[in-house]
Design a protein around this ligand. Sequence first.
Ligand SMILES: *Cc1c(COP(=O)(O)O)cnc(C)c1O
Length: 465
Amino acid sequence: MNETYDLLRRAADHAVHYRASLANQAVAVPVDPLTLRRRFGVALPDAPTPPDEVIDELTLAASDGLVATAGPRFFGFVIGGSLPAATAADMVALGWDQVAFNATLSPAAAAAEEVAGEWLKDLLGIPASASVGFVTGAQAANTVGLAAARHHAYAELGWDVERDGLVGAPPVRIVAGVERHATIDRSLRLLGFGTGAIEKVAADDHGAIDLADLERVLSAGHGPSIVCLQAGNVNTGACDDLRRACEIVHRHGGWAHVDGAFGLWAAASPRTAHLVSGVELADSWGCDGHKWLNVPYDSGFVFCSRPEVHAAAVSYTASYLVGSGGAPGLSDFALESSRRARGFAVWAALRELGRQGAAGLVERTCRLARRFAGRLASGGVEIVNDVVLNQVLVSVGDDEFTDRVVGAVQQEGTCWLGGTTWRGRRLIRISVSNWSTTDDDIDRSADAILRIVAQERDADRERSR
Ligand SMILES: *Cc1c(COP(=O)(O)O)cnc(C)c1O
C-alpha cells in the first residue's frame, strides 16, 4: 500500500513540475521521432517491472517528445490548457477510477454530470429541458446529435431506423454549409447517410451560412431534412445566424443541429452572446469541453431539445422505452457504455470559474486575439478575417512562403501555430483558447512571428540575388 502511495505522489510531482515549466519552455521541441520510438521501443519484457521504475522510464522517455499544448503560447487548432481545478479533479477521478456507466455504478459521477450539465445549458443558452450527454469531444457530440436527428426524421416517415436500419429506407435530406467542419462528414458517414447525400449551402464572405441559399436549397426538395449549422468557423470564428437559420429550417419542417465545438461558448459572455443569438431554437447541439472550457482531454457535450429522441437514438438498450419504467441513464445519451467519469472535471472547471469566470475566459481570449491581430497588422502583415471571436487568419505571402514561415515559427519555439487553407489561400491560423495566456505571451509571440517573416524575406532576397 505504501508503495502505491509513493508511486502516485511521484506521478503527481512529475505532473506538477511539468506544468510549472509550461510558461517558460519552448512550445515544441524538435525531437526526432525515431529517437522517441527507440526509447519507447524496448522489447516487451517477459518479467514484470516494479511500477516506480516503469513511471521513471516513461517520464524520461516522453519528456522531450511533449508539445506544450497546455501552455500559454500554443495557438494551433483550437486548443485549451486544462484549468487548475479541472486538472486536479481529473487526477482525483483517476484515483477513484469510477465508471460513469450509470448511477448504480457511480452515484457521484452521475450527480456531477447532472449538475454540470445543468450549468452548461445555463451558460450556453440551451433550454433547461434539453438532455445532455457527456462524450469524448465534438466529433462524438455531432455523431450523437445527428443520430437523434436521424431518429426524428425517420419517425416522421413512419420508419423505425433503430430496428430496421437504412437498407431500403426512404430518403432523408441532409443539408450542410460548405464551411462545415470535417467531423460533420465523418458523423454522416458513420450514420449511413454518406457524404454524397449532402446538399451544400453556400457561405458568406466570412464563412457563415448564406441564409438565402439555405432557403433556396430547402425549397428545392421535399420530405424530412437534417440541417447542420455551425457556431464558430474553425478558421474565422464566424457563427451562422442561428435565429434566422433555425426559423428557416423549422419552416421547412427540418431538424437543426448546431456544431458549436468552441463557438457555443460565445453565449457565456454578454459581449459575444449576440453572435449566437437564437441558439436556443436549435434541436441538437454539439460542444467541446477540452477547447474553450479548458478541461482535460477528452471532453465534449451533446444536447438535445427532445430527451426522448436523444435516448431513442443512442440508448444502451431500448428496454426502458418499452415499459421497464426506468428513466434513461448516463450511457443512454452517449456512444460509450463504460465511460470515463468526465463530469467531475467539468463540474470543477465551472465551479472554479463561476459565471463571471466563464465570461471572463471568453472575453479575455477574444481580446487577446484582437491584440495579436493588431500587433501583427502594425508589423505589416495582413489580417484576413474579421476577428469576432478567438480566431485570427493571417496572410504573410504566397502559399509556399506561408508554409515556410509556419514551419520556422514551429521550429523556433516561442509559440506554435498552424497553417490552413481558406478560400484557396494558404494562411496562418491563430487560435487563442488557453485560460493562462497573457498580454505578454501575445506580444512575445507576435514579435517572434514578425521577426521570422522578416528573416525569411531576407533569405528570399539573398537567394534571388
Ligand atoms: C474542433 C472542432 C470539431 C471537432 O472537435 P473534437 O473535439 O476534435 O472532436 C468539430 N467542429 C468544430 C467547429 C471544431 O472546431
